[in-house]
Write a protein that binds this ligand. Structure first.
Ligand code: R5P
Length: 265
């Protein structure tokens, strides 16, 4: 964006409450606040920063959430549950003029930003460009729900796409229906939006190994990597790669230029 990075102080009190202070003059500026809503402490930091920015006489505030945590609870699965994604969306909307996110898990989240401009930037073009350099021959979605995204990645790579059938039993356990795939001797990339425990990718990679794929890539937009997901994934995949919506040891694709382009429009 060729914009100035504001100086700020962020620290925690002994009881873990958050303290933020912006050490720059933001009056008359178009301000872009970039913060994910994961882990939970970042959510509090985001709301305090929105409030601190509002104390200046800013021209506008755009809140950029590269990884929108809580988007997987986008409906009531059981009575008595919150719609967590809506709860977070409403709070963010209350403190901003515009909203931008990347590959939000449930696109319907964008509809809850009903009082302002809200944009969801897809990461498939950058993921596709990366996989093209690797000579990947098949893109695999670990579930049918994201098969259309796998197809979009495959169109960029210029190869075929397929999908597996997954059932999630709980936060840690997934079951994948065995499926015969045309992967023998091929370089295959499993593409998902989020890797959390790694359970989904591991189950998919095991099927590819059994069917003698030559090389297995695991690629996602948001690398959450809960617990010891990284070593578990490294044990079954030849390469694991994520974008920088959450910076982590497996980040090898940047979506920053796409965010800058969209917010500059
Ligand atoms: C779920 O629908 C998402 O698209 C991902 O497949 C899921 O969050 C991955 O979680 P895990 O890595 O824990 O299997």
């Amino acid at each position: 964006m060729k914009a100035k990075l504001a100086k700020m102080e962020i620290k925690r009190f002994p009881d873990d409450e958050c303290y933020v202070r912006i050490d720059d003059d933001l009056d008359d500026q178009d301000v872009f606040l970039v913060q994910t809503t994961w882990p939970d402490r970042n959510i509090v930091e985001l709301f305090l920063l929105q409030d601190a920015i509002r104390e200046f006489d800013v021209s506008s505030l755009t809140t950029v959430v590269p990884y929108f945590g809580y988007a997987r609870q986008d409906k009531q699965f059981k009575p008595g549950e919150p719609i967590s994604a809506r709860a977070i969306a409403r709070l963010i909307q209350a403190g901003t003029d515009e909203f931008v996110t990347v590959d939000v898990h449930a696109p319907s989240v964008i509809d809850w930003f009903d009082k302002l401009s809200a944009k969801n930037i897809p990461a498939y073009p950058e993921i596709g460009k990366h996989l093209k350099t690797k000579g990947v021959e098949l893109i695999l979605s670990p579930d049918e729900g994201r098969a259309s995204n796998a197809k979009r990645v495959a169109d960029v790579v210029n190869c075929e796409a397929d999908f597996l059938v997954k059932e999630r039993l709980d936060g840690e356990t997934v079951v994948m229906t065995p499926k015969r795939l045309d992967v023998k001797g091929k370089k295959v990339a499993i593409v998902d939006d989020i890797i959390s425990t790694g359970g989904t990718i591991i189950k998919a990679a095991e099927q590819l190994r059994k069917q003698n794929a030559a090389k297995i890539f695991a690629v996602c937009t948001h690398g959450v990597f809960a617990g010891n997901a990284i070593p578990k994934l490294d044990a079954v995949c030849d390469e694991v790669c994520t974008t920088d919506t959450i910076e982590n040891p497996k980040t090898c694709i940047t979506v920053a230029p796409q965010i800058a382009r969209i917010v500059n429009e």
